[in-house]
Design a binder for this molecule. Structure first.
Ligand SMILES: Cc1cc2nc3c(=O)[nH]c(=O)nc-3n(C[C@H](O)[C@H](O)[C@H](O)COP(=O)(O)OP(=O)(O)OC[C@H]3O[C@@H](n4cnc5c(N)ncnc54)[C@H](O)[C@@H]3O)c2cc1C
Length: 276
């Protein structure tokens, strides 16, 4: 993605990431015990230690004083990323048709037939299914929707938090966007209810996000919530994308496991190579 779109167009910043740990369990010990083993595994790729233990310097409360730091993790502006990607593909002559729902896809020996929601049908040589969390509509593969709920604060004066942060085994994540905090997660509060493609927030999760923002992330700061929204991830038993031919002339690149910003470009490339 960085090669295709350019760091400036992504507003790419390598501020690192921090894994925060609860006071209530032993997860910090379990993770720090494995640090040198994981660093050793990653040494051939990064040539340096990826993870280290550092001290809480952001004023977070109700967490362990130490956390695990990843010096290489970066953050981007996904709005700028999408705008740049769309501009690029338009210049390459790709036609994008929005707000058209596919109802069915049937494979033939020398092509496939698509049926749209309004009943319109057309034939095409190849179909690539990339609807990720929505893909069970067309596929038998192991991929389920996982809704992720998010909120963002209004701008906060003198915000000192910079970087990306995770806690509770990655079920919560937050980052600064300029002088705001974007905070999401909490799917583990009710896995079953969040296994959905319905784009609605729930009181259970939004209230928990707000409470954690107040108690842990911004304990000494007055803030207001500006927006709340949801998105749908595609998950399964394995944290590995499914890139394969599912029937003659029909292919899929799905189950991006909540990592599609990071790995989507590579999955797209692999899928294109498979089709070509
Ligand atoms: C809140 C949140 C935070 C995330 N944070 C990160 C992160 O920090 N890092 C990271 O790497 N990833 C992150 N992800 C995951 C990442 O956003 C996804 O993995 C990525 O968007 C997947 O891209 P995709 O194009 O495969 O699928 P999507 O972006 O889900 O696109 C699928 C598209 O298919 C359309 N569609 C569905 N059904 C049909 C149909 N029948 N007919 C026509 N169109 C259809 C949908 O409307 C949608 O536009 C996050 C996701 C969420 C929701």
């Amino acid at each position: 993605m960085r090669q295709n779109l350019g760091d400036a167009n992504l507003d790419y910043q390598e501020n690192g990431s921090f894994e925060l740990f609860s006071l209530e369990d032993d997860l910090f010990q379990t993770c720090s015990d494995k640090l040198s083993y994981v660093n050793q595994l990653l040494q051939p790729i990064f040539k340096e230690d990826v993870f280290s233990v550092t001290n809480n310097s952001f004023g977070f409360k109700n967490i362990k004083e130490q956390y695990v730091f990843n010096q290489f993790e970066g953050q981007i502006n996904t709005g700028k990323m999408m705008a740049t990607l769309l501009q690029l593909v338009h210049t390459l002559g790709v036609k994008i048709v929005n707000n058209v729902e596919v109802k069915d896809c049937v494979s033939f020996e020398n092509g496939a037939e698509i049926t749209l929601k309004d009943g319109f049908r057309f034939r095409t040589a190849k179909v690539l299914i990339t609807t990720n969390g929505f893909a069970s509509q067309f596929l038998e593969e192991d991929v389920k929707p996982a809704r992720a709920q998010v909120l963002i604060t209004k701008p906060i004066q003198n915000l000192h938090i910079k970087g990306t942060f995770h806690f509770d085994e990655g079920y919560y994540y937050f980052r600064n966007i300029d002088n705001r905090i974007l905070f999401g997660g909490g799917r583990n509060l009710d896995f079953k209810a969040e296994e959905t493609t319905i784009m609605e927030t729930s009181a259970l999760i939004q209230e928990k996000l707000e409470a954690l923002l107040q108690s842990t992330i911004l304990p000494n700061t007055t803030f207001e919530i500006d927006h709340r929204w949801t998105g749908i991830m595609g998950v399964g038993k394995q944290k590995k994308a499914i890139v394969k031919e599912v029937s003659p002339n029909v292919y899929c690149g799905v189950r991006l496991g909540g990592m599609g910003v990071a790995i989507g470009s590579l999955v797209g490339k692999e899928l294109a190579e498979l089709v070509l």
